[in-house]
Design a protein around this ligand. Structure first.
Ligand SMILES: [Cu+2]
Length: 188
């Protein structure tokens, strides 16, 4: 009697669960699409010094800037770039990606400030000359945000950009603000 009750109880509990594992038609359809490959944009902007120059809320405190070594001040960023060793904390990860044709890229800005993920024929400088260490701007970046083709590749802090429809072959992407942030995508 007792075991029967438990068995019935178990059936009642398990029965609804089995329905959860029946894939909905929408879920089945998604299996045909390739899983996107994720790239993250990173930086360690120091909110106090960045926002003093660039305005409130430009840099969000994702670097936990209250712990001294983990944030880079506005001045440090420019000094390091001018000295030819730009801050490695400003980075796309990974640096190289190999994908099959049709696989979307999703670029997520996990840093504290805006970046761009802009396709260029050849890597070059960005549209802020003091960050270029003498390199000429890549023509695709030169217009800055006044150029809609650059503006549409902007990724604000905490947001993401999807890139689809890349042709087979090698593609180069860089941040038009911090041009040492670079990714090479090989589409097979
Ligand atoms: Cu950037």
């Amino acid at each position: 009697m007792k075991s029967l009750t438990i068995r019935r109880l178990a059936t009642l509990l398990v029965a609804p669960l089995t329905f959860w594992f029946v894939p909905a038609p929408a879920a089945l359809a998604q299996e045909d699409r390739p899983t996107p490959v994720q790239i993250v944009a990173l930086d360690e902007c120091d909110p106090t010094t960045f926002n003093a120059v660039l305005g409130p809320d430009f840099c969000k405190n994702v670097a936990l800037a209250f712990v001294t070594p983990f944030a880079t001040t506005f001045q440090q960023l420019f000094d390091e770039a001018a000295a030819g060793h730009p801050d490695p904390g400003w980075d796309f990860e990974p640096d190289t990606v190999t994908i099959g044709k049709g696989t979307p890229l999703i670029v997520v800005n996990q840093g504290g400030e805006p970046h761009t993920f802009t396709e260029v024929a050849n890597f070059g400088g960005g549209f802020i000359p003091p960050l270029n260490h003498g390199q000429a701007p890549a023509p695709e970046c030169a217009g800055g945000f006044k150029d809609v083709t650059v503006a549409r590749t902007r990724i604000l802090q905490g947001s993401q950009l999807q890139v689809t429809g890349l042709s087979k072959g090698e593609h180069h992407f860089e941040c038009c603000i911090h041009p040492w942030m670079r990714v090479t995508v090989d589409v097979k």
